[in-house]
Design a protein around this ligand. Structure first.
Ligand SMILES: [Zn+2]
Ligand SMILES: [Zn+2]
Length: 359
């Protein structure tokens, strides 16, 4: 009896496994033809993390208070006043002449609204969940209070270390296809302005969570203040402004609009000048290209417009383009060449005939 039952199972097992394997691979290829699965894994990771954070009460943190602080950094009165000043500076010293309500500027206003609304609770949830998971899993990561270190000293170390983490994640955004599909949106802007800082896919924030680690390590010595974060965010926003402003010798330390424009340059490699506020990381890793007369007014965007942009159609269709841009990372890959413009070789990029100094 047992041999009758067992024998057929043994003989059919490889076939069943094979069929199962074929089914799974058919299902995978059917799914891949409709959706880019690695992008879904980023969304799944975000949901899982938020689920853990929610289930554990956000690690005891005050969700509403944290969201209020983040909203103050993103669109608080001080931030809006600073952005207002930058908008005036853009009109006074523009890198490229643009109408006040150029299509790109209007479109980035939609991303500003997205940041002011949905992004605040989403990033708050991701932040609190990530910090709670790190503190629970690696409690030894939090250094004890060091009496000799003043609070401002600890905050300065956190900011510099956070900037370094942002640099590495930004590099990963350019080198890892799955992350590039989310970061591509930021680079698609052809009418740069201070509002371009908001032109990011909501899920790209998952990749930047690692930049929270320095703050966790030094938590007991100097918790980050909202004011410092407002200044940091303002510096990043200013780097995106449509201004022909450099910082002279200070550019060896700080990112200026002229410096960051090279990162967005249409006809150049975009895995250079990755710094958020400090240029030192680019210089250490030989990815710094300092501005020249030829780069200050350079066009920005992505060659061939691999992602739909608001400038592509005869009439502006902001809402449909906005929706398409948010869905784009999940669309199936058709072109294996769908990668960011990268350095063709270590050293200077000479594709536009201009010699760019790479530090
Ligand atoms: Zn980038
Ligand atoms: Zn940028």
């Amino acid at each position: 009896m047992s041999s009758v039952v067992v024998a057929p199972i043994r003989s059919r097992a490889p076939g069943v496994v094979e069929r199962g394997g074929r089914e799974a691979s058919r299902l995978r290829s059917a799914l891949s033809s409709r959706v880019y699965l690695p992008a879904c894994s980023v969304a799944a990771a975000a949901m899982l993390l938020i689920g853990v954070g929610w289930a554990t009460g956000w690690g005891g943190a005050d969700f509403a208070g944290s969201a209020t602080s983040l909203r103050a950094v993103v669109v608080g009165p001080v931030t809006l006043a600073i952005i207002g000043v930058f908008l005036v500076v853009e009109r006074t010293w523009p890198a490229q002449q643009r109408a006040l309500f150029a299509r790109g500027h209007r479109h980035d206003l939609l991303f500003t609204a997205l940041n002011a609304t949905i992004l605040v609770p989403l990033v708050t949830a991701l932040t609190l969940s990530f910090v709670a998971v790190v503190r629970t899993s690696f409690p030894w990561i939090v250094l004890p209070t060091m009496g000799i270190v003043p609070r401002w000293g600890a905050i300065a170390v956190i900011v510099v270390a956070m900037d370094a983490c942002n640099w590495f994640v930004h590099l990963a955004n350019h080198r890892v296809r799955m992350l590039w599909r989310f970061h591509e949106l930021h680079h698609s802007q052809e009418d740069m302005s201070v509002l371009t800082v908001f032109r990011t896919h909501p899920l790209i924030h998952v990749s930047y969570l690692v930049a929270l680690i320095p703050g966790v390590v030094l938590l007991a010595n100097g918790a980050m203040s909202t004011t410092v974060l407002v200044v940091y965010a303002a510096m990043v926003a200013f780097a995106h402004s449509n201004t022909r402003l450099g910082f002279g010798p200070l550019e060896r330390i700080f990112v200026s609009p002229n410096y960051h424009r090279i990162h967005h340059k249409l006809d150049g490699p975009q895995d250079v000048n990755l710094g958020f506020t400090l240029t030192i990381w680019d210089q250490i890793f030989h990815r710094a290209v300092f501005p020249t007369e030829a780069t200050i007014r350079a066009d920005t965007g992505l060659p061939g417009r691999p992602l739909i942009v608001e400038q592509a159609t005869p009439r502006a269709r902001h809402l449909s383009v906005f929706a398409a841009q948010l869905v784009a990372p999940f669309r199936p890959m058709h072109e294996l060449t769908d990668l960011p413009p990268v350095r063709s070789r270590a050293g200077a990029d000479t594709r536009d005939g201009n010699r760019c100094e790479v530090a």
